[in-house]
Design a protein around this ligand. Structure first.
Ligand SMILES: [Zn+2]
Length: 148
């Protein structure tokens, strides 16, 4: 089902490119490449970032200063998410558009601690998100009303 949804929002094949890799820990390369391939389905070739990937055991995947910090348990989707932070940071117009969209969509809603929204203690105290209504939970669907 997720693959079906992905096909509806992906960009045409001729507009796709490749994420550029700097230093990537060999233990992470297959996962990082899979996440990067996924990101390239939704990001125009001209906007794809350059990223490094370093091994950080037992840590949630995170992007900062051109580097994805992760271990081998990171999912393809999580890596795509971090690669896309690279797209935002390395393309200021993309970041500005993303922030404008977020503010528009949030309206008067105030951000809340991710810990409170998710009940997960592994979010830092300075990590906030909007609860949002993007994915509305249906009974039994397990779908969370949260995007981050
Ligand atoms: Zn993020």
């Amino acid at each position: 089902m997720i693959e079906n949804a992905r096909r509806h929002v992906e960009i045409p094949q001729h507009e796709r490119g490749r994420v550029t890799f700097g230093s990537v820990d060999s233990r992470l390369r297959p996962a990082v490449e899979a996440g990067a391939r996924l990101a390239s389905r939704y990001t125009h070739a001209a906007l794809l970032p350059k990223v490094d990937a370093v091994y950080r055991p037992s840590e949630r995947p995170a992007y900062g200063d051109g580097v994805i910090r992760m271990d081998e348990s990171a999912s393809e989707s999580e890596i795509m998410h971090e690669v896309t932070h690279g797209t935002e940071v390395q393309n200021p117009a993309v970041l500005a558009a993303a922030v404008a969209f977020l503010r528009h969509r949030a309206g008067t809603e105030r951000p809340q601690r991710l810990r409170d929204l998710t009940g997960r203690e592994d979010y830092r105290l300075d990590e906030y998100a909007y609860e949002d209504q993007f994915a509305v939970a249906e009974p039994g669907s397990g779908c969370k009303k949260l995007t981050n």
